[in-house]
Design a protein around this ligand. Structure first.
Ligand code: TXA
Ligand code: MG
Length: 320
């Protein structure tokens, strides 16, 4: 397909109607969420789910997140434990994904969960995502709308760069306010387990729970197939925790820049929320400017900084 065959839909009622109609026909429509753009497909249609794996070049063993409007819809698809219910009540709609036992009678394409006994569910907060879920009237699978392994999109233009010509449409809602993907929690024998740090800081979750979250290796029987080492990767190589750029390196700063640094800054004032919103767009911009190597300033490993450091470590990992 020609890249021009991907239609850009505006955020009014007509765009929403068109998006819902296309989803119903089994077509793929990218849509904005508060975290990143998702590649939407009808979660109940095998054909639509298969098309998502094909469009992204995603390995078939890596399951998708299913987007729902609310807890009631989640309960038709998964068994929601009291712990999970409390978290959903506290943080949905919002950037939190819960991995829960899939109900036997869940109306979901088998491939949406890649054959696992669990399903990842999230109720997004973005008004357009919510309007699309309402207009469509069913669950929508939505991995990040980028080719597998590449940097996640935070604008409709990013989606077109990566997937233009491979998907029917993109619903344009401007830039995503959070900028990094949702926090993913699983549930082990000891309670909630952090599978992926993300847009909802772990500190906020722990404060609500009144206890620390278990880390991934401490939990038995909880797996996150998508936690691949190399991911979110720009073309350029990355050098992390840099004090200053070396000759030939582009600079991605955080806080005050060192003398002579040429490049971009995630947040000159050292604000982690601003840095998260800028991360993926800045990596793309440095790539587009032809940087062969990017030196990245150190970022504090707290609040949204944990998600930023997680994405940067994966972006810097050897490519597989
Ligand atoms: O913010 C987000 O979460 C965005 C927006 C679009 O909602 N979506 C997103 O999807 O980041 P994706 O597919 O790029 O990442 C989903 C992650 C993958 O690492 C996948 O392996 C994991 O969720 N996942 C999905 N289902 C799972 C399951 N049943 N058990 C464990 N991990 C699961
Ligand atoms: Mg992704």
């Amino acid at each position: 397909m020609d890249a021009r065959n991907t239609v850009t839909l505006s955020d009014g009622p007509r765009g929403l109607r068109a998006a819902a109609y296309l989803l119903g026909k089994g077509e793929l429509v990218a849509f904005p969420t508060e975290t990143v753009y998702g590649l939407g497909g009808d979660a109940t249609q095998d054909r639509a789910v298969a098309a998502i794996y094909a469009a992204k070049g995603r390995p078939a063993h890596n399951p998708l997140i299913v987007h729902v409007p609310d807890l009631a819809a989640a309960e038709t698809l998964a068994q929601v434990s009291p712990d999970a219910r409390a978290l959903a009540e506290a943080f949905w709609p919002g950037p939190l994904t819960l991995v829960l036992p899939r109900r036997a009678d869940a109306r979901l394409a088998e491939a949406a969960t890649a054959g696992l006994a669990t399903v990842a569910l999230r109720a997004p907060a973005h008004p357009l995502a919510r309007a699309l879920l309402q207009a469509f009237g069913g669950p929508i699978v939505g991995p990040s709308a980028n080719p597998s392994g590449a940097v996640s999109p935070t604008t409709a233009a990013h989606v077109r760069e990566g997937l233009g010509g491979r998907i029917a449409a993109v619903l344009d809602g401007g830039a995503c306010p959070v900028g990094v993907e949702s926090t993913i929690l699983g549930f082990g024998p000891e309670g909630p387990v952090l599978l992926r740090p993300g847009g909802l800081p772990t500190e906020v979750i722990e404060a609500a729970l009144g206890r620390p979250l278990a880390g991934r290796d401490e939990a038995e029987g909880v797996t996150a197939p998508g936690q691949l080492a190399s991911h979110y990767a720009p073309r350029a190589a990355l050098r992390l925790d840099a004090a200053a750029p070396r000759p030939g390196e582009a600079w991605l700063g955080f806080g005050p820049d060192p003398a002579g640094a040429q490049g971009l800054n995630l947040s000159p004032g050292g604000d982690l929320v601003e840095a998260a919103a800028n991360l993926f767009a800045h990596l793309r911009a440095l790539d587009a400017a032809g940087a062969g190597r990017i030196a990245v300033a150190g970022i504090p490993d707290r609040d949204l900084g944990r998600a930023l450091n997680d994405r940067l470590r994966r972006a810097a990992a050897p490519r597989g």
